[in-house]
Design a protein around this ligand. Structure first.
Ligand code: E4P
Length: 216
């Protein structure tokens, strides 16, 4: 499963890239606002750090506007992935952009039927938001399992990008189901390494090592 960082914070992206845990980045208008940076400038900087896809979201809601914004975003770098909303205009833009060789991420997916539409529109990625799905009383992981089943039934190539990931259990279940990608805040990605018994084990080994009086 590929790991994307869901952030526009350069320091966090550099940090994860240096560890070797980064396959791509996703941003959205809220994350850009939070970064306080210029959208095009920060997107260019992120694209220079990461080799994989960097999702940059259009804000127009009509097809022509999306295509106009996508043309500007595509020029930023070869690894820009245009993010479009799950609307009929978004799907139309998806079809046109992927037909023209661009990567497209169809975002704000909350149903398996929506994911089916994204695949039929030739999306590179579809982003089901599991955390927000859970928040509203639905089962985010059931949605991922349904999409996996449907995509496998018809051999759709669209990658399932599990988004709105809040904790390690989301990551574990996404991997069990066979999602292609998950995107999570950097703290969630780094938190996956934590285990109380690992910490306790290191503490015990170091205490015993100190007793030997040796150095390496
Ligand atoms: C994904 O592309 C979205 O940016 C993101 O995962 C949304 O997460 P949130 O629900 O925590 O805002």
């Amino acid at each position: 499963m590929k790991f994307f960082a869901d952030t526009a914070e350069i320091a966090d992206i550099k940090d994860l890239a240096a560890i070797g845990l980064l396959d791509g980045v996703t941003t959205n208008p809220s994350l850009i606002a939070k970064s306080g940076r210029d959208f095009k400038e920060v997107t260019k900087e992120i694209c220079g750090i990461v080799n994989g896809p960097v999702s940059a979201e259009v804000v127009a809601l009509d097809y022509d506007g999306m295509m106009r914004e996508a043309a500007i975003l595509r020029k930023i770098a070869d690894n820009v992935c245009i993010k479009v909303p799950m609307t009929l205009d978004g799907l139309k833009a998806c079809k046109a952009l992927t037909g023209d060789g661009s990567m497209v991420n169809v975002t704000l997916c909350f149903s398996a039927n929506q994911a089916l539409l994204a695949a039929k529109a030739g999306a590179t990625f579809v982003s089901p938001f599991v955390g927000r799905h859970d928040d509203n009383g639905f089962d985010g992981m059931e949605l991922i399992a349904d999409i996996r089943l449907i995509y496998d039934n018809y051999d759709f190539r669209t990658e399932i990008l599990v988004a709105s990931v809040r904790h390690g259990i989301h990551v574990l279940n996404a991997a069990r189901i066979g999602a292609d990608v998950m995107t999570a805040p950097p703290a969630v990605i780094k938190g996956l390494v934590k285990h109380v018994l690992t910490d306790k084990g290191i503490e015990g080994f170091l205490a015993d090592w100190a007793k030997t009086g040796q150095t390496i």
